[in-house]
Design a protein around this ligand. Structure first.
Ligand SMILES: [Zn+2]
Length: 280
C-alpha cells in the first residue's frame, strides 16, 4: 500500500498575493490521516475552515478560489500542485488573508518549503481516485478528455495565434521526480496585451516580473526557465486543480483548458463516481 503522508513539522512562509496584492502570512501544519487539505482563515472570527474539494470552488476566473460560507481563499492551485506533487495528503494551511502568496509564480517555493519541513508516513493507506470510464468536457473551443490509467498522466496542447508563444505541447506522467524536475519551476504567464484589462478587473495587483512571465507581441520581457514554460505551467495548474480530487489516476488530454474547464472535468469525474458502479 501507499501510505498517506503529512508534514513532519510546521512550515511558514510570508509573501505577496498575486491578485489582491496584499502581504500574506501562511503556515502549513501537519494534520491527521484522512484530513485532506484544509485552509484556515486565522484573520476571521471563529477561524473558519475551507476544505480543498471540488464542491468548495467558488471562482475560476484566472485562479481557483475556494469558499465556505463567507470565508474564501484565492489562488490555491500552485500550493495544491506542490502538495500533491510531493505526495502530501494531509495538511492544514493557516492564512491571515484570503489569498495564497504567489511566491515566484511557480510551485517551487512551496516545494522547497515542504522539503525543508520534511514529509512523514502516517500508517494509513492512501485511497486513489481511479477513473473507471472515459469522461470529457468541451466549452468554447477548449477540450478535456480523461481516460482510465494506472497513474496520473497529463497531455496538454496550448493553442494560440500569439506570434511569440505559438502552439506548445507537453506530456508528463506525474511522479514526484517528474513534478520536481519538469513542472514545479514553471511560472504563471500573462500576455502583455491583457494586463490593462486584468488590472481594471481588480486582478493581478501583485504581479511583477519577479513572479509572472510577461510576453508581448514582439518577445518575452523575462528570461524563461524552460523554452516551453507556458505549457508546463498549464500542466502544473491541472495538477493543482485535480488535487482537489485527492490523488487521481487517469490520463487527461487537455486542449486550451483553464481553471473553469478543469472544474468541469472534475465535476464529470465525481458525477460518474456517484452514479456508476465505481470500484477501487
Ligand atoms: Zn497557475
Amino acid at each position: 500500500m501507499t501510505e498517506q503522508q503529512t508534514l513532519r513539522a510546521p512550515a511558514e512562509y510570508a509573501g505577496k498575493a498575486l491578485h489582491s496584492g496584499v502581504p500574506v502570512y501562511m503556515r502549513l501544519l501537519p494534520a491527521p490521516a484522512n484530513t485532506g487539505i484544509v485552509f484556515r482563515r486565522i484573520d476571521l472570527s471563529g477561524e473558519p475552515e475551507i476544505p480543498a474539494t471540488v464542491e468548495h470552488i467558488v471562482s475560476t476566473v484566472r485562479n481557483t478560489t475556494l469558499g465556505n460560507g463567507s470565508a474564501q481563499v484565492m489562488t490555491v492551485e500552485h500550493l495544491i500542485a506542490a502538495l500533491r506533487g510531493t505526495g502530501v495528503d494531509n495538511v492544514v494551511v493557516e492564512l491571515d488573508e484570503g489569498e495564497i502568496p504567489l511566491g515566484d509564480g511557480s510551485a517551487q517555493v512551496f516545494v522547497d518549503l515542504i522539503q525543508r519541513a520534511g514529509v512523514s508516513k502516517q500508517g494509513v493507506s492512501r485511497q486513489y481516485l481511479r477513473l473507471q470510464k472515459p469522461v470529457w468536457v468541451s466549452r468554447n473551443g477548449s477540450h478535456m478528455v480523461a481516460v482510465p490509467a494506472d497513474e496520473l498522466k497529463i497531455t496538454y496542447t496550448f493553442v494560440t495565434d500569439h506570434p511569440v508563444v505559438g502552439t506548445q505541447f507537453g506530456e508528463y506522467t506525474i511522479t514526484e521526480d517528474v513534478f520536481g524536475r519538469e513542472l514545479a519551476k514553471a511560472r504563471t504567464l500573462v500576455f502583455g496585451r491583457d494586463i490593462e484589462f486584468l488590472l481594471s478587473q481588480g486582478l493581478g495587483q501583485g504581479g511583477d516580473l519577479d513572479c509572472v512571465v510577461i510576453v508581448d507581441d514582439d518577445g518575452y520581457r523575462n528570461s524563461l526557465r524552460y523554452h516551453d514554460e507556458i505549457v508546463r505551467h498549464k500542466i502544473l495548474d491541472v495538477v493543482g486543480d485535480m488535487g482537489l480530487l485527492g490523488f487521481l489516476h487517469a490520463h487527461i488530454f487537455a486542449v486550451r483548458s483553464g481553471h473553469e474547464l478543469n472544474k468541469g472535468l472534475m465535476q464529470e469525474i465525481l458525477r460518474l463516481r456517484d452514479t456508476d458502479d465505481w470500484s477501487g
